[in-house]
Design a protein around this ligand. Structure first.
Ligand code: 2P0
Length: 316
């Protein structure tokens, strides 16, 4: 009862920001994302007869803090859902900086859901996997799929992500690393606070329009439209935080945002998006990569292509 799985991080072009049900991790609005190739998490899960509780290692370190509690709670959901009475050893290794707004929980819980599925031989469908991953972390529902995926808000068993099956090999994101320390305010906490923002209702209303427009723009593979919609959607999400004294932007975040605008004035289609952290992800296509990366030499840059769907294998 042992398996290993790999899942890739995803970055939202239309954001998930706010839950209508905290326990079930049901989002207020649907979201749309791009799974990327360079950030991933490997999870090994070994169910054992003689364990008295779950054991968690992250990068070979024994973990007992709140990260353990989160994984243990997820494993309790697995035990309850699939009538399992065994605890497990969970070993995670990731090249994503945990908690730096680089979607580490998305790749972690998608990989964990898939590893559990293989270890227990559950034979879950993509839909069931997405639902299970969502119960660990909302955005993980989208990392079950490669490329572009859509997470419909839904209700309980209808809240899961599907692949949009858009074939756009030239699409790129570039992660511009401003600061990869663990953030002080977690995204779950910040999105909960946002529900009381004076701007939240306006954000949700606009997000619905953005989602429709984004799906059309992706079908047309129009980088100008895709970038513009994604950038404004991200700014609207972050605007819900501003009156709550909760912004994630650092001076370098703003500097990069201004640089991006300048590049656009020079006819280079490049756009930005930010998640729950100060790092910026640029949106563009292959042909403009050199023109863009030469402007951001002072920061570590990671060029991101389409990442694969979750995969893995059963070991025993
Ligand atoms: C997203 N974020 O759509 C948005 C945009 C951050 C900013 O999904 O509480 O770690 O585990 O469901 O999935 C981060 O939220 O939150 C996130 P939980 P999660 O990518």
């Amino acid at each position: 009862m042992k398996a290993i799985a790999r899942a890739y991080a995803n970055f939202a072009l239309i954001k998930y920001w706010g839950k209508k049900d905290e326990l079930l991790k049901l989002p207020v609005q649907s979201s749309l994302s791009f799974t990327v190739d360079e950030f991933y998490t490997d999870m090994t899960v070994t169910f054992k007869d003689n364990l008295k509780k779950d054991v968690l290692y992250i990068d070979e370190l024994l973990i007992t803090d709140k990260k353990y509690t989160r994984i243990h709670n997820f494993m309790n959901i697995v035990r309850q859902r699939y009538k399992i009475d065994k605890y497990a050893i969970i070993e995670s290794s990731s090249n994503v900086h945990i908690g730096a707004g680089l979607a580490s929980s998305a790749s972690s819980f998608a990989a964990l859901a898939y590893a559990v599925n293989l270890a227990l031989n559950l034979k879950l469908s993509k839909k069931e996997l997405s639902i299970l991953a969502r119960l660990g972390s909302g955005s993980a529902s989208r990392s079950i799929h490669g490329g572009f995926s859509l997470w419909k808000a839904g209700t309980d068993e209808t809240s899961y992500a599907t692949s949009l099956k858009i074939d756009w090999p030239e699409f790129r994101m570039i992660a511009v690393i401003v600061n990869d320390n663990e953030k002080k305010i977690g995204s779950s906490e910040a999105m909960k606070a946002s529900l009381n923002s004076p701007f939240y209702d306006a954000y949700v209303k606009q997000s619905k329009n953005d989602l429709k427009a984004m799906q059309n723009a992706l079908k047309e593979k129009d980088i100008y439209k895709v970038g513009d919609i994604a950038e404004r959607n991200a700014l609207l999400m972050h605007s819900t935080l501003l009156p709550l004294d909760l912004w994630y932007f650092l001076p370098d975040t703003i500097k990069i945002m201004n640089e991006v605008k300048k590049l656009r004035e020079n006819n280079i289609p490049v756009y930005f998006t930010m998640d729950a952290g100060p790092n910026v992800k640029l949106i563009t296509t292959q042909e403009y990569l050199n023109a863009i990366t030469s402007h951001f030499k002072e920061y570590p840059l990671i060029v991101l292509k389409e990442g694969k769907a979750v995969y893995g294998k059963r070991i025993s």
